[in-house]
Write a protein of this length. Structure first.
Length: 289
């Protein structure tokens, strides 16, 4: 718990210091172009960076000959000048190119996206709390929320600490991590509830420890196979999926850790007892005549 607290404080400090937001949040230029043959994404990316553009995102969309490019805000440069520069780079990578779209996205759009993403996160956490509270008890619901917040903060904090670009795909993967971690937590909580009913005379620490051990093989196998898939996505999915898959890798590792250590420990911190899972039955006695 001490280690998790320190890690969360570091993550919060890094997030407050500032994330490296992508074009989705800061605004910028979106370019769509089409080639008659498969586009060379590496050549386009290298050419744009050589032309002075930073934090360039180049990816295919629709087919291998269609390209979408995201550029940072153009500043004081005119849209026409940027268009000419981009078209020149695209023609260097392949002569038969058609510019389909060049749109300058203002920072207000990015600010709206950031607010909507934050609201989506808050709404998801609220629904998690209500679901766990209805299915279990408020003590476990609070433990699930703490574990989920732990995962979100650590994953976002890693992007802030190392300066990796934070865009909508990363935000989407963090929301996916939220659901993944909750699923692991629910599996452990189910076993804790069952064992508190069947092992009522045992100490709470022993019951929780037994529950974690009984679900450990399932947790390791599920997390391991999912992690292998996401690592393959990170290695072979291309630059467009780097941030998405990297956030999932961090989230799966941290989410598995938090389900085992943070969620179950929070239940003990909140003094969970067998009485929390047993229903008291009252018998009605008719009045004597």
């Amino acid at each position: 718990m001490i280690g998790s607290t320190i890690a969360n404080l570091i993550a919060i400090g890094a997030i407050i210091h500032g994330l490296n937001y992508g074009v989705d949040f800061t605004g910028g230029v979106v370019v769509e172009a089409s080639y008659t043959s498969p586009a060379n994404l590496d050549a386009i990316r290298t050419g744009l960076e050589g032309a002075g553009f930073q934090s360039v995102q180049v990816q295919n969309f629709g087919s291998t000959s269609d390209v979408m490019i995201r550029l940072p805000p153009i500043g004081e440069r005119s849209t026409v000048a940027v268009q000419d520069q981009v078209v020149s780079v695209l023609k260097t990578a392949g002569s038969d190119v058609t510019l389909k779209r060049l749109e300058n996205i203002g920072p207000q759009v990015g600010e709206d996206l950031a607010q909507q993403g934050f609201l989506a996160m808050v709404f998801a956490l609220a629904m998690v709390f209500i679901y766990v509270m209805v299915r279990f008890r408020w003590k476990l619901a609070l433990g699930a929320i703490v574990a989920t917040l732990h995962d979100v903060l650590i994953t976002a904090g890693a992007f802030a600490v190392f300066g990796w670009q934070f865009d909508l795909t990363v935000l989407g993967s963090i929301l996916a991590v939220l659901g993944y971690s909750l699923n692991d937590t629910i599996v452990i909580y189910d076993r804790i509830r069952d064992n508190f009913r069947s092992m009522r005379r045992s100490a709470p620490e022993a019951i929780v420890n037994t529950s974690v051990n009984q679900t450990l093989s399932r947790t390791v196998i599920t997390s391991g196979t999912t992690l292998l898939t996401v690592i393959a996505l990170f290695l072979f999915g291309g630059d467009a999926l780097k941030g998405f898959s990297l956030a999932l890798i961090i989230g799966i590792v941290v989410g598995t850790y938090s389900s085992v250590y943070v969620a179950s420990s929070m239940a003990l911190v909140l003094n969970i007892v067998p009485a929390d899972f047993t229903e008291t039955k009252t018998e009605r006695v008719d009045e004597l005549p």
